[in-house]
Design a protein around this ligand. Structure first.
Ligand code: NAP
Length: 262
């Protein structure tokens, strides 16, 4: 890919992607074209490094790729003015939840399409993203633009995006809710609220550091939960209390809403 990459939308996820590109150097700023109706700090930081930021396609042509990072209900109207500026073989990468690849392909004259469902940790080059593409050109572009930002997990079937969304895109919020509940339980047992939250957040950082080693989840659990110990007792309570059922219901509810939004 030699020409410019259009980032359409610079909200929470679009800004995170932009920050990831700037941090990792995986896309040169002078190849970035950022379309945003209102000023955004990440776009201004990119502009200061040489990126172009604009709300209008006037005078722009020959883009080799576009990243669709607007809300799912807005993509058709947001993309329409830019279509004439897209190269005939430009690749369209969507990070939008619930918009089918075939609908996007139909709107962009059957150009190659890939869908990704990244977490906002792409800003730190630490994200994870489910990836589906309709062919090798789109997959290669997705790997070029997102490979340094996220662990890309290919999906064999596009319909699996709803499950992937629940298990990764939504899941940081689920995990923070569990950490919050642990802190509240610690407060109920007498810890000061600040201390309980610091301790629980520290536990989250420790768990993340363990996960980053690549060890299996079973091994990570075993490292902390020795037989007959306090962690094992807590784990038993978590499992007997219905952790698996709760996780199943949580994923099912998120999938249901993801389908509705699509
Ligand atoms: N946030 C996440 O963690 C996450 C994770 C996975 C996937 N996603 C997907 O990412 C997409 C964006 O989500 P978000 O959370 O980043 O939403 P968001 O913060 O609302 O960002 C959407 C951005 O689109 C911009 N926009 C609206 N109309 C536009 C147009 N015509 N041209 C260019 N930009 C336009 C808005 O600009 P203004 O602010 O100027 O109105 C806004 O900043 C969604 O489709 C969502 O499904 C998000």
């Amino acid at each position: 890919m030699a020409a410019d990459v259009l980032l359409l939308g610079c909200g929470r996820l679009g800004s995170a992607i932009l920050e990831g590109w700037l941090l990792t150097g995986s896309l040169a700023p002078d190849r970035m074209l950022i379309a945003t109706p209102s000023s955004k700090p990440a776009a201004e930081a990119a502009r200061a490094c040489g990126a172009r930021v604009t709300a209008s396609p006037d005078g722009i042509a020959g883009m080799s790729a576009v990243v669709l990072a607007v809300k799912p209900g807005l993509w058709r109207q947001a993309l329409a003015p830019w279509l004439p500026a897209l190269a005939p073989d430009a690749v369209v990468l969507s990070v939008m939840a619930g918009v089918a690849g075939a609908d996007i392909a139909a709107a962009v004259a059957a150009r190659p399409v890939a869908r990704l469902m990244p977490t906002t940790a792409v800003a730190q080059g630490q994200g994870v993203a489910a990836l589906w593409s309709d062919g090798p050109a789109a997959e290669a572009a997705a790997r070029t633009l997102f490979g340094a930002l996220a662990d890309l997990v290919p999906l064999a079937d596009e319909t699996l995006f709803h499950a992937a969304t629940a298990v990764s895109g939504c899941a940081p919020a689920f995990i923070h809710a569990l950490v919050e509940a642990l802190a509240e339980a610690g407060t109920a047992e007498g810890l000061e609220p600040d201390a309980a939250e610091r301790l629980a957040r520290g536990a989250l950082r420790s768990a993340a550091a363990g996960a980053a080693t690549g060890a299996s989840l079973a091994e990570l659990i075993d490292r902390v939960a020795s037989p007959g110990g306090a962690t094992r007792a807590g784990l038993d309570a978590l499992r007997h209390g219905g952790l698996d059922l709760l996780a199943t219901a949580t994923v099912a509810a998120a999938m249901r809403r993801s389908r509705e939004l699509g």
